[in-house]
Design a protein around this ligand. Structure first.
Ligand SMILES: [Zn+2]
Length: 317
């Protein structure tokens, strides 16, 4: 089973733990995380105990007056349950970041990124994904703030460093504690992001050794990700992708178990049922193990786009 319910010694919601530890240990000056409104009191108490300031903003406070297209369901979902919180040791930084961030222009996005201390290359990519032609992206930045997540850089390697695997955060709707970088990397080989992630993992190893151990395990699990750009807004949450227990060999996933797959359109059951899943350019092929290394094809599924069903291998480095 997946330890999204991971308990930490601070009693914090586990999804904010990596960001909290980054501030507590002076790796970052300020972070912004998402929590449920009922968790606010606990988070405030813990922050106070460690001399950290916290400020909570509602969805409306942070995004009001911005002419982005957000569906009604999303607004309701976010405003009723979620709060955005800033955590910092420097009280003045909170209003500074908030006032810049809520403006939502290209300039403010750059300044916000700088205040959050994201790598310069990643800030530039976030603001203009075409700034570096080598970083061709697969999942387009979706105009809509809430579904804009899945900038995924073109396969130019067979595998990527597990330090940059931030898919568990996305696939679990930001409830997972298993991530090191919370920004969108300019590409999954970004050296500056790796430097940050390595420093944070060292901190986590000393503060929460079990979390460090679990991260090394979970961040190396195969990820399958779907291009959801052709889906309706209401379908996206359920259909982002999943993390599997198993091994990748070439373009095939030899699967033992699945995590995070809630429903994948009408063929999700095949992912659950298959022992081997092969991802080709235009289709996904499902196999059942007969004995040893002998597999029987049990079905195939046409992809909506080339990137609709990508097998991503995050490995040690
Ligand atoms: Zn970068």
């Amino acid at each position: 089973m997946f330890h999204t319910e991971y308990k930490n010694k601070f009693g914090l919601p586990s999804n904010i733990l990596p960001e909290f530890l980054a501030v507590k240990n002076d790796l970052r000056k300020i972070v912004r995380c998402t929590i449920n409104s009922y968790e606010l009191k606990t988070v405030e108490e813990v922050c106070q105990k460690f001399g950290l300031f916290i400020s909570a903003k509602t969805y409306d406070e942070l995004f009001k007056g911005v002419s982005i297209q957000v569906t009604k369901t999303e607004i309701n979902k976010i405003s009723s349950q979620k709060l955005f919180i800033y955590i910092t040791k420097n009280f003045d930084l909170i209003e500074q970041v908030f006032n810049i961030e809520r403006v939502r222009t290209k300039d403010s996005a750059i300044k916000t990124g700088q205040l959050f201390q994201y790598p310069e290359c990643c800030i530039n990519f976030e603001v203009d994904p075409t700034c570096n032609p080598e970083h061709e992206y697969i999942f387009k930045n979706n105009e809509n703030m809430n579904t804009k997540s899945y900038i995924y850089t073109k396969y130019n390697k067979d595998s990527f460093s597990f330090y940059l695997n931030n898919f568990l955060l996305f696939l679990n709707n930001q409830v997972s504690p298993f991530y090191l970088i919370s920004h969108y990397p300019c590409n999954y080989n970004c050296e500056k992001s790796k430097v940050y992630a390595k420093k944070l993992l060292t901190i986590i190893d000393s503060e929460e050794p079990l979390l460090g151990k679990l991260m090394r395990k979970y961040l190396k699990l195969p990820v399958v990700f779907f291009d959801d750009s052709h889906l309706l807004e209401s379908e996206k949450d359920e259909n982002k992708g999943f993390v599997a227990e198993g091994e990748i060999n070439g373009n095939s996933l030899y699967k033992k178990d699945l995590h995070s797959l809630r429903k994948y359109r009408d063929f999700g059951w095949r992912f659950n049922f298959a022992d081997r899943i092969t991802f080709e350019k235009n289709k996904i092929i499902f196999f059942k193990r007969i004995f040893g290394n002998n597999f029987l094809q049990i079905g195939k599924q046409k992809k909506q786009t080339e990137f609709d069903g990508l097998l991503i291998n995050f490995v040690d480095e």
